[in-house]
Design a protein around this ligand. Structure first.
Ligand code: MLT
Length: 404
């Protein structure tokens, strides 16, 4: 008789964004006349940049000729894209990453979820609280997190690193030594970030205790301040302790197109076993590569016109972030983030819980956000808004919230 992976049964509730989607669908059905403004999930609203569209048209046509048609893609990605990544994201910052350290995929979410597979079940993970749920949930599914305590909303075998206004949302080194450390900067959900010096402390710590850092840099393109690292490999020694996850979703609007990559340096070894080789083996076995068409679109992101057009989109979203921050501050809200990231983290008013504020906002302003507690217990009493809406909707949403 077959047995299921009953680690799945340990997962509390439903996946955050699916649950919100259901709640909003029920609201829309009950109030078909209301215009609901979605500022919940971080999904982009601006169309793909013209350079990317032109490239897509061109490469689709390549698929109609036997000479230019492409079948399976290499499981680690085409060289043309890996070269563009190395040049555009690393060499341009004087960071030495080679193309065989880049693994192209269909997005950072999958890689963030899958990467834990190359580590033993015995590893102890450390996560920020609040946290993007994928890091934790996938470790729960693997059976690495122990038992869940409903009261504290914590797993017995997980090290939590609170990120609150008291520490400027920068996690402190944990008292208990972890094996795997998940960090995401600029941060989802708080929209805050850390300096290069602060990240260097983590890199030194990980090298000292023999931990690996899984560094999610999906929001790197939104960095506006000088002392914020664009990649963990700007820090000395990061190649012996860090894996980096990158996404085309948020910088180039690929949430629906799907493209990302993971960097696994060749210097990253445990007992002389290369993590780069393990990940290569995992990808070759379980993954058939991101589509050629999409990888060519990804390459276009690094072209001169691609960069210029994408920069305009990022500026557009960051202007939304400014509208939200300024509007809410003027209405008396305590607001964080929104300077180096497209997320705004706010304290709920009048001691409302995150879900109370979610319902209140949906009912009274018809605006959807994300309850902070959905990202972890330290998120209780906080709420996340995304800057990825249209400008018009963002302005309207802020005006509605101000009137409450
Ligand atoms: C978010 O809203 O946190 C993100 O859009 C989710 C994701 O990237 O998967």
């Amino acid at each position: 008789m077959y047995k299921i992976n009953d680690n799945y049964l340990k997962l509390p509730g439903r996946y955050l964004f699916s649950f919100i989607e259901k709640k909003v669908a029920a609201f829309r059905e009950k109030h078909p006349d209301k215009k609901v403004i979605p500022l919940g999930i971080g999904d982009v609203t601006q169309p793909l940049a013209p350079t990317i569209i032109n490239t897509l048209h061109y490469v689709v046509d390549e698929m109609k000729n036997a000479d230019t048609f492409k079948g399976y893609a290499p499981s680690s990605g085409y060289e043309f894209l890996r070269n563009a990544i190395v040049k555009g994201d690393y060499r341009s910052r004087d960071v030495d990453i080679s193309i065989d350290e880049i693994f192209v995929s269909d997005g950072a979410k999958c890689d963030a979820g899958n990467i834990q597979e190359i580590f033993s079940i015995d590893n102890k993970i450390a996560v920020c609280d609040p946290i993007y749920p994928v890091y934790l949930d996938t470790n729960v599914m693997a059976g690495r997190t122990g038992t869940y305590d409903e009261t504290t909303q914590r797993w017995s075998d997980v090290i939590y690193m609170p990120c609150t206004p008291d520490n400027n949302f920068a996690p402190e080194l944990p008292k208990e030594t972890p094996d795997i450390i998940y960090l995401c900067f600029p941060n989802n959900p708080t929209g805050t970030t850390i300096t290069k010096d602060q990240l260097q402390v983590w890199v030194d710590y990980a090298n000292r205790v023999g931990a690996v850092i899984i560094y999610d840099a999906a929001y790197e393109a939104y960095i506006s301040e000088d002392n914020v690292p664009h990649t963990i490999y700007e820090c000395e020694g990061a190649k012996t302790c860090a894996i980096e996850l990158k996404s085309f979703s948020k910088n180039a609007g690929f949430t629906g197109v799907r493209l990302g990559y993971t960097v696994v340096p060749k210097d990253l070894k445990r007992s002389n076993v290369s993590l780069n080789a393990l990940w290569a083996r995992r990808q070759a076995t379980k993954y058939n590569g991101a589509p050629y068409i999409v990888q060519r679109a990804g390459e276009a992101v690094y072209s001169k016109s691609g960069r210029e057009q994408i920069k305009k989109q990022i500026d557009y979203y960051m202007n939304n972030a400014k509208v939200i921050c300024e509007g809410l501050r003027s209405a008396g809200y305590h607001v964080f983030g929104g300077v180096n990231a497209p997320y705004i983290w706010l304290k709920t008013p009048n001691d409302m819980t995150s879900w109370e504020f979610f319902d209140y906002l949906l009912e009274n302003a018809n605006v959807v956000g994300t309850p902070g507690v959905g990202f972890g217990p330290q998120g209780e009493g906080y709420f996340r808004l995304t800057a990825f809406g249209t400008y018009e909707n963002t302005v309207e949403a802020v005006e509605r919230i101000k009137k409450l």
